[in-house]
Design a protein around this ligand. Structure first.
Ligand SMILES: [Zn+2]
Length: 188
């Protein structure tokens, strides 16, 4: 299966956000390994930018427009959109949304250039939340929503630390590059 990350970026911000897309490319490779370890699923990954031009139809964006893009690209591919806006509606607790072979998460713009830590804490973690929903659903778990939200609540309200990984996708405490929700109760 192909997991395709699509980083939405406004045309006028293309250059200044290049470093964020470079992070997304590394993150995609990280999630390939993470998904295999956590959900025993082999995936190929791809990442691309989607440039949003002013006046274009993507300028006023919400989830249905993104869903339509997913359908047009092919529903057998898992498209994961990293958007510069929050989903209009979601029952997720993390400003993301998922459906069959579909994920999206509000990718918060770092206030500072090259602040990889910000991307890791604010955005990478959200991606793991939505991926977990969808891979648990694929594995026929009935409680694929509740399971993830129980863990997420512990991160938000009970000081449960995220899991941290280094540039070689190994668990680490020092100089991490990626962070995910706690997977100890999810391992399959
Ligand atoms: Zn959720």
């Amino acid at each position: 299966m192909l997991l395709h990350f699509i980083f939405l970026v406004k045309e006028e911000e293309l250059e200044q956000r290049k470093w964020e897309f470079q992070y997304v490319e590394k993150m995609a490779n990280f999630y390939k390994t993470w998904i295999e370890k956590t959900f025993s699923q082999k995936v190929d990954v791809q990442s691309d930018e989607m440039i949003v031009r002013s006046g274009g139809r993507f300028r006023i964006l919400d989830t249905p427009v993104i869903m339509e893009d997913h359908v047009n690209r092919g529903e057998d591919i898992f498209h994961f959109y990293l958007t510069y806006f929050r989903p209009m509606w979601t029952d997720c607790t993390c400003e993301g949304y998922f459906a069959e072979n579909f994920g999206m998460a509000w990718w918060q713009k770092s206030p500072q250039k090259d602040d990889v830590n910000f991307l890791m804490e604010k955005n990478c973690t959200k991606v793991s939340h939505e991926l977990s929903h969808e891979f648990l659903r694929k594995a026929k778990y009935k409680n694929y929503k509740e399971l993830v939200h129980e863990i997420w609540d512990k991160h938000l309200f009970a000081a449960l630390p995220f899991e941290y990984y280094d540039a070689n996708n190994k668990k680490t405490e020092k100089d991490p590059l990626f962070a995910t929700l706690d997977t100890s109760s999810l391992k399959q």
